[in-house]
Design a protein. Structure first.
Lengths: 486, 496, 108
């Protein structure tokens, strides 16, 4: 975390996130907001900016914005305003973007993050609603660029943090936490690769202990959490290098180049944009109806923080487990379903954090924002744990059963039965096997008894081999110890 | 001549069956063919579509289905209002070939009422102007004197009605653009309360000021068209959800009760001098007519009147500069040959926009730009509040306010084009009404020595269309100015 | 101040320069000829000088009017109501490639 070369400087990081909302229709027109349609199929005269067209606000966008505001402890503005942000670009069909400027819907919230065990509060300056732009496609046609307006008018939440972060790892933790919250709220699927969750970073450096902010540089074009952390790290070090060499920093926007792993200045000549914000005359002020906020509050799902606390307090999980399991809502939901099938929370946690998440990574399911098809069903995993707890199989055999569950999709009990994997917990056969092994390995018994403790494992292994792996390990250990007279 | 009928009279004959919509439409189309080479009101005549619409209305009527007083009536539509499948240009080169795949809500309402749309009429480019001299395609002339302007920006709409080419027309009014040309051409034009009529599908100039309104031969006809247009539109977020009253009843009340008991305010700031003497005399005579009719006419004050033009010319161009940013040659409209993207924007917009539009875009961009927003835009918004309050105070004690329409009657073509600021200043009597979002109607109240019409404006409180129509009809019933026609037309001859 | 006719107001220097015009023209994406630049410099300057009268008004504590009709923003239900019709929407396109709008190469 602290291996950045910042010399006598300290760093200041703020993040701006744009989250595409999971509404059915766009923010100001009745076109579909869903991703992936063929070009310009989800368009209409309004979201293509034809003459005389007017915006009408989608109520669900406001509901989602209020959800986000409540979940991040913001103040919800009873009245907020719409503004026009004016600039020219081919994917901006009206020549202005409808956004919120002076009076956003949410202000002054916070997100609590944990980095390497240390808790930190990152304040939010504001959350506001705006419309997304279309998409420019640069390589589809040799004579020019192509523009697709399917995305034009898709609702966005812009979430602006205070410059409260210091290290790239904090930025990463903030983004993961924020994404998790938005996924929990079911308002955004948080897919950075598909562009439904975007991040721009603002960083500056200043002499250690100074309270004034240094020259701020904005970084764009970071398409994963790791890219964000690397880009910020690069940029902070670059700024320090410039200053240490006696240079001056320019307030500018730089693009992250993931191939060269560096930030570079944008080529465009237009130094600073003059957006000429003014209140949108086509949209009167947004007045939150009576009872709206309370209604949204009532329907809020349990948020990551609360769920984590419940896993610790009610299910008795360690903090670490609770944090891993609640990082994603679908993981948490899966875990709870396993516990519902069989109530051993710690065992369920071990299996989910271990084998399940490993498989998810291997099968490349972890890129998906929500994994609907887990490699093994929660009911089956719960049943497997039940078999272990009931002594039917050992933990080791359970791994074998698990692989078979994965391959065949069958229930664990059926597999155990089919493969005859029921563990032997009768003392009789175990005693017999042990007696046989000890009798056949006289010299080793002597060595053990004279102090070579390591040989205990050898005897266990032999007993297991002799019983086809099915001997109850606990019993084997106890009886062996008795007989070896340890 | 059939085209001399009012809508009310034509509707009666259509209802009785001794006139068909097709006959009426043919008469209008013939009239257009005979007169428009002199007047140039029309940019697009939709003869085939109009006759088809008329035939459909006739067929419907035969089955006993009568859509109402506008069924079968030929109406012209200002070319800033979208008509599906019919070229809609805003009188600008940048939209010369633009064919919208949608109707404006007001167009849809006319169609639903069975009206026959005979064509799209000329206006100042993007509705920016007071004389209709800013159209990219045609110079519309005042039917009363072809060397004079019809007024703007709805000059084509006004001329078409005055010349009996259409029975009514739709105009738009942002800073007087319905009322001023109505006054200059001796017809009736009304701007409703802001939010009364939908702006969906109306090419925006200044969104917080624009309204669509009817232009017709008399108050009764005007009310018939307003009745079809008014009402809430869920596609326009600034449209007000408020029941639409029976405007015909208000008009009838004007005829039955006259001006009895009406409290009328004459704002002294509107009579401050610099007016053509005949204009002032006619408006004062109108006030006297109201008094004779039993109204109580009082002096009043709208103290911030002198700031209205400045206020408007900050706000309207600012909104326009943003509304016109979409005309960039990317998705529709004129695209100039260019070298790269920036060049495409700059050249297309330079080639597509006329000088007045460029002027207002520049002015608007300037007042919104960094460093100037507070001094100009925000300041003008506050002054707008002061102007609104002026009217609220007067309407506490008055039912309507009566004013002149312009300092002069229609001027000669080219007379005022040299100095834009002078042109802007002639909007002084119109503009406050838009800033305050109030309803206002113009009716003819005289002619000057040159025979040019003089108009009278009647302004009401928000959603006061009824009292405005009542007062207008009362005045009309007590006078006969509305029966005057442009001279050649009175003789039944086309203008030279 | 003295001799200003009793009015305590000095108009600030509103002088629009050609550079101002060029800057605004770029913001507005308008290519102007030198004649247009000159004309606009004079015209805008004279208009803005006139508008400066607004500064004579005391507007402390006056709320700005952004919307003249007193409605609150109406809502729409979150339902898809538009059917795809790319052809109708691209019919007026100056340049297209299949269902996409074609523009000169965009260089960031």
């Amino acid at each position: 975390m602290t291996d950045l070369r910042l010399g006598t400087y300290e760093s200041v990081i703020g993040l701006e996130v744009h989250a595409e909302l999971l509404t059915a229709s766009k923010i100001f027109c009745g076109c579909s907001a869903s991703f992936g349609a063929p070009p310009n199929q989800h368009t209409c005269p309004v979201c293509i900016g034809m003459p005389g067209m007017l915006p009408v606000l989608n109520r669900r966008v406001v509901e989602f914005a209020v959800r986000a505001g409540l979940a991040t402890h913001c103040r919800i503005a009873p009245t907020s305003r719409w503004a026009r942000k004016n600039y020219f670009y081919p994917d901006l069909c009206k020549g202005y973007q409808i956004s919120q400027f002076e009076l956003p819907i949410c202000e002054a919230g916070y997100v609590d993050i944990t980095v390497d065990g240390t808790a930190k509060r990152v304040r939010l300056t504001r959350i506001h609603m705006e419309e997304d732009t279309g998409k420019n496609i640069h390589d589809g046609n040799s004579s020019g660029s192509l523009v697709d307006f399917n995305r034009s008018g898709v609702p966005l939440l812009e979430i602006v943090s205070e410059p409260d972060m210091t290290w790239p790892a904090e930025a990463g933790a903030y983004l993961r936490t924020l994404r998790s919250i938005l996924q929990y709220l079911q308002i955004c699927d948080g897919n950075m690769e598909e562009g439904s969750f975007r991040c721009d970073a603002n960083c500056s450096v200043r002499p250690k202990g100074s309270t004034t902010l240094g020259t701020k540089v904005e970084i764009k074009n970071m398409n994963s959490f790791r890219a964000v952390e690397r880009a910020i790290a690069y940029e902070l070090e670059r700024q320090v290098r410039v200053l240490e060499e006696g240079g001056t920093l320019v307030q500018e926007t730089r693009l992250w180049d993931p191939d060269r792993e560096e930030t570079r200045s944008m080529r465009s000549k237009e130094s600073s944009h003059d957006y000429r914000y003014f209140p949108d005359p086509d949209l009167p002020p947004l007045v939150i109806p009576d009872g709206f906020v309370e209604e949204v509050q009532r329907s809020l799902p349990e948020l990551p923080d609360a769920r984590r606390a419940r896993f610790v307090e009610k299910l008795g999980l360690p903090d670490y487990d609770a944090e891993v399991l609640t990082a994603r809502r679908d993981v948490a939901d899966y875990f709870e379903a396993v516990v519902a099938a069989h109530g051993n929370a710690k065992a369920a946690s071990n299996w989910v954090m271990g084998d399940i998440l490993r498989l998810v990574r291997e099968q490349k399911l972890d890129d998906a924002p929500v994994i609907e098809r887990w490699p093994v069903s929660a009911a089956h995993l719960g049943a497997l744990i039940a078999l272990i707890d009931g002594g039917t199989i050992s933990g080791k055999i359970a791994k074998t059963v698990f692989e078979e569950m994965l391959a065949s999709g069958d229930a664990p009990a059926a597999i155990v039965e089919r493969k005859g994997l029921t563990q032997v917990s009768d003392e009789g056969p175990i005693v017999a096997a042990i007696d046989q092994i000890l009798a056949a390995n006289g010299p080793k018994v002597e060595e053990y008894r004279s102090g070579k403790d390591k040989l205990f494992g050898f005897f266990v292994g032999q007993v297991m081999k002799a019983t086809g792996g099915k001997a109850n390990p606990g019993l084997v250990n106890r009886i062996l110890k008795e007989k070896l007279g340890a | 001549m059939l085209t001399d009928l009012t809508i009310a009279a034509a509707a009666e004959r259509l209802r009785r069956g001794d006139l068909s919509a097709v006959e009426l439409t043919r008469a209008a189309l013939d009239r257009i063919a005979a007169t428009d080479s002199a007047i140039h009101a029309f940019l697009t005549v939709t003869a085939d579509e109009a006759l088809a619409q008329a035939a459909a209305v006739d067929a419907e009527r035969k089955t006993g289905h009568d859509r109402g007083p506008l069924a079968g009536i030929p109406i012209a539509v200002k070319d800033v209002i979208a008509t599906k499948g019919v070229r809609t240009t805003a009188a600008s080169k940048i939209l010369a070939d633009f064919v919208p795949p949608y109707d404006a809500t007001v167009t849809r309402r006319l169609r639903d009422a069975g009206a026959v749309i005979v064509g799209k009429v000329n206006c100042d480019e993007f509705a920016m102007g007071s004389s209709n001299e800013n159209s990219a395609f045609a110079l519309t002339r005042n039917p009363w004197d072809l060397d004079r302007v019809p007024g703007g920006s709805s000059g084509g709409s006004a001329a078409a009605v005055a010349a009996r080419q259409a029975f009514a027309s739709l105009g738009t009014d942002t800073g007087g653009s319905i009322r001023l040309p109505a006054g200059y051409t001796g017809i009736v034009g009304m701007k409703p309360t802001y939010g009364r009529v939908s702006r969906f599908g109306v090419i925006a100039y200044a969104s917080s000021l624009d309204q669509v309104g009817p232009m017709a031969r008399d108050v009764t006809d005007c009310a018939l068209v307003l009745q079809a247009l008014a009402g809430h539109d869920p596609r326009d977020s600034t449209s007000v959800d408020r029941p639409v009253p029976d405007y015909g009843a208000a008009v009838a009340r004007g005829a039955d009760e006259g001006a009895r008991g009406l409290r009328i305010a004459l704002p002294r700031e509107y009579f401050g001098g610099g007016m053509q003497p005949e204009v002032e005399a006619a408006v004062r005579a109108a006030a006297a007519t109201f008094t004779s009719g039993g109204a109580d006419v009082q002096d009043a004050s709208l103290p911030h009147t002198e700031y209205a033009v400045s206020c408007y010319y900050v706000l309207a161009p600012a909104e326009a500069s943003s509304n016109l940013a979409r005309y960039d040659g990317i998705r529709y409209g004129l695209r100039a040959p260019a070298d790269g993207l920036l060049d495409l924007y700059r050249k297309s917009r330079a080639a597509g926009f006329g000088p007045e539009v460029k002027r207002r875009i520049m002015l608007g961009t300037y007042v919104l730009s960094s460093g100037y927003y507070d001094a100009y835009y925000l300041k003008a918004q506050k002054v707008r509040t002061l102007i609104r309050r002026d009217f609220e105070r007067v309407f506490a004690d008055a039912d309507v306010i009566v004013t002149p329409v312009a300092p002069t009657t229609a001027f000669r073509i080219g007379e005022k084009t040299a100095d834009p600021l002078q042109m802007y200043l002639s909007d002084v009597f119109m503009i406050s009404v838009n800033l305050a979002g109030l309803p206002g109607i113009v009716v003819p109240c005289g002619v000057d020595a040159a025979g040019m019409p003089i108009g009278l404006q009647i302004v009401g409180p928000p959603f006061g269309e009824e009292v405005v129509l009542r007062a207008a009809r009362a005045f009309e019933a007590a006078t006969s100015w509305h029966q005057l026609r442009p001279p050649e037309l009175a003789e039944g001859k086309p203008p030279k | 101040m003295a001799g200003s006719g009793g009015r305590c107001y000095t108009p600030p220097p509103v002088k629009v320069s050609v550079d101002d015009i060029r800057h605004v023209a770029l913001l507005a994406r308008l290519a102007l000829t030198p004649e247009e630049e000159a004309e606009l410099t004079t015209t805008l300057d004279s208009i803005l000088q006139h508008m400066d009268q607004l500064n004579r008004l005391d507007t402390t504590d006056v709320e700005p009017t952004a919307h003249v009709a007193s409605v609150a923003a109406p809502f729409r239900d979150d339902v898809v109501t538009n059917a795809p019709d790319a052809d109708a929407l691209l019919a007026n396109a100056p340049a297209r490639d299949d269902d996409l709008f074609l523009v000169p190469k965009i260089i960031d």
